[in-house]
Design a protein around this ligand. Structure first.
Ligand code: NAD
Length: 332
């Protein structure tokens, strides 16, 4: 039913049904690494709840999944506090919505600014802490405030440097993922052994990292792309694109497919390029992320309880219906 035709009572009723449903799906996805529905089913229900809460703010509750970073910590893994929270990302599903985001942001920022466009890697967020250039602790996002200590597991991943090229004390954040080929081979082995296959590479990566046996992680061929830093002060650069270059120079693996965009036409061209190449990439992507390229601007824009105000994810349609939806999207 269109939101506009709902009464407040009907909206409250619908929101009260969506919240526990989304929470339940979220538990299976984030905590058990075994989703029970496809991502687009979750995304549509989530978008509906956001729309209801926006149109009828009185239906909002503090325990709504729209007000928290999804996920928690396994009881048997040590916990790590994130003094600088690990956030989620707001998302949009069309160029029209992306343009609205751009207009809202530009209305609040006096100077002209660029975006950095990046691929949205389909994995799970990790945070890596270095003291004087030495890797000392790695963790999952958890609920954004408290994650899981998975240092020993992360040490088995080749793309994570154990020592940086400069003795910096920093906390670097990025995505841990399982390449498509490793995912297919793992699921073949699991099925041959009578084990349940993982639903997708994201869940396979999460299941491989969030467990107690370090040898299992070592055998799973995980990889990382780092794209963020908790506090940029120790770096020389003051841009997001420069941050990717500086992280690479420090020894991290970063994704090379980023591009600075001056306007929404540039962003749309980037989306068209990578949506077309999506199936050829060796790793899964579920969209692209645009980020204000200036790090001081990112800092001054800040974040809500759940998402940064300086970035947004443009989600690709599910892979099997990609062509049809793409045609529709480019006509808007
Ligand atoms: P998200 O995964 O959609 O987006 C935020 C995350 O994107 C960040 O935490 C980071 O890990 C990642 N990311 C990848 N590349 C990045 C880049 N270049 N820059 C910055 N971040 C990057 O958000 P979320 O809150 O973790 O999860 C929500 C999504 O999870 C939903 O859209 C849904 O598709 C899926 N989900 C599915 C189910 C299900 O039952 N199928 C349940 C819950 C959530």
């Amino acid at each position: 039913k269109p939101i506009k035709s709902l009464t407040a009572a009907a909206a409250a009723d619908e929101a009260a049904k969506l919240r526990p449903q989304l929470t339940q799906w979220g538990k299976q996805y984030y905590d058990a690494d075994a989703p029970s529905v496809e991502d687009d089913v979750y995304d549509r229900a989530y978008a509906r709840l956001v729309a209801l809460e926006t149109a009828f703010p009185e239906v909002m509750t503090s325990d709504s999944p729209t007000q928290h970073v999804g996920g928690s910590s396994r009881g048997d893994l040590p916990k790590v506090a994130h003094p600088i929270p690990m956030l989620s990302l707001g998302d949009v599903f069309s160029i029209e919505e992306l343009t609205e985001f751009d207009e809202r942001l530009r209305a609040n920022v006096e100077e002209d600014f660029d975006y950095n466009c990046e691929l949205k890697i389909d994995g799970l967020a990790v945070s890596l802490r270095y003291e004087d250039g030495v890797f000392v602790q790695g963790s999952t996002r958890g609920n954004g405030q408290i994650g899981e200590d998975i240092t020993a597991n992360l040490k088995t991943i080749d793309s994570i440097p154990k020592k940086l090229s400069r003795p910096l004390t920093i906390e670097v954040r990025g995505e841990c993922y399982m390449p498509k080929a490793a995912f297919l081979a793992l699921n073949e082995r699991r099925e041959a052994a009578g084990q349940a296959p993982f639903a997708n590479p994201r869940n396979a990566a999460a299941g491989s990292l969030r467990q107690l046996d370090t040898q299992v992680t070592a055998d799973r061929k995980l990889a990382t792309f780092m794209y963020n830093i908790a506090d940029y002060e120790p770096l020389e650069t003051r841009t997001q694109s420069g941050l990717l270059d500086e992280l690479a120079a420090l020894g991290f693996t970063t994704n090379p497919s980023y591009r600075v965009a001056h306007n929404m036409q540039d962003v749309a061209a980037y989306i068209a390029d990578y949506q077309g190449q999506r199936s050829d990439l060796a790793y899964g992507i579920d969209g692209i992320v645009i980020k204000a390229n200036s790090l001081p601007l990112q800092r001054s824009l800040g974040a809500t309880v759940k998402v940064p105000r300086w970035a947004i994810a443009y989600k690709f349609p599910p892979e099997e219906v990609e062509t049809t939806v793409l045609d529709i999207e480019w006509t808007v």
